[in-house]
Design a protein around this ligand. Sequence first.
Ligand code: HEM
Length: 284
Amino acid sequence: YPVFAQQNYSNPRAANGKLACANCHLNQKAIEIEAPQAVLPNSIFEVEIKVPYDTTKQQLGANGKKADLNVGGILMLPEGFKLAPKNQIPAEVKEKNKGVFISPYSSEFDNILVVGPIAGKTHQELIFPVMAPDPEKNSDIKYLTYPFYAGGNRGRGQVYPTGEKSNVNVFGANQSGQITEITVTEKGESTILILNSNGKQTSQVLPAGLILSIKQGQVVKADQPLNIDPNVGGFGQEESEIVLQNPIRIYGYLAFCFSVLITQIMLVLKKKQFEKVQAAELNF
Ligand code: HEM
């Protein structure tokens, strides 16, 4: 959950660019960013993180039963960019984001936004309404091209903040040897006994809901997977760029285009006038 990242990482992006979510959501699955290429100061715009997956798939829930996947995301905007104030969010975005709660990552980083978990079936796209900063009001902000980062996740993680593994994992044999017994409890947990060549027996319990990939009597190596990987989700991250555009530059560009247009029209008119004079002179 994003809150696990908020509680455990003051900065969710490591020096190598890896986002904190990837530490616990070990599968990789692609995401996509959709954002304007340039924005004006103080303007409201949307950044969309697309988190596609096959919604017919179900995953292993914390209780060992099948469950639908949820999605969540993180958006690391350039400094000064913020979540748009509620009263300035366009109505259509409000409608799409009904029941979706986007929050700043921390009081220190209000340019980082997190969302989720929310139902994946109805939210393959995470929409973040953002307000651009104004360099006229804050001298730390400059009209520049800035990089920004986004991460999106579907499905449950593999590690809890305590370091404990979740049930969405591949569990390895805790020693080499022969599997002497597999018992399944009423709750669905499997207890696997392994006897090694020195006569030492170990027992390990696998959470309910996993599909075992081994049989009684089979000889396994240490760390050999005992179950089929149940993970159908995954985390992905992307980066993109956004230009904080100075409106004066746009007015300047428009003025230049207009002056070129006027000059060309003037040249054509001059040519027409000259042609008239030429025609008139021919008559003498
Ligand atoms: C569950 C997103 C960071 C560990 C989830 C779920 C989402 C999510 C959407 C629900 C999945 C589902 O129910 O299908 C994120 C995002 C993160 C992040 C966007 C980064 C901003 C982390 C971190 C950890 C972690 C840092 C580990 C310290 C887990 C675990 C679950 C989970 C163990 C399953 C919880 C349970 O159902 O018992 N996460 N997560 N996540 N996340 Fe994360």
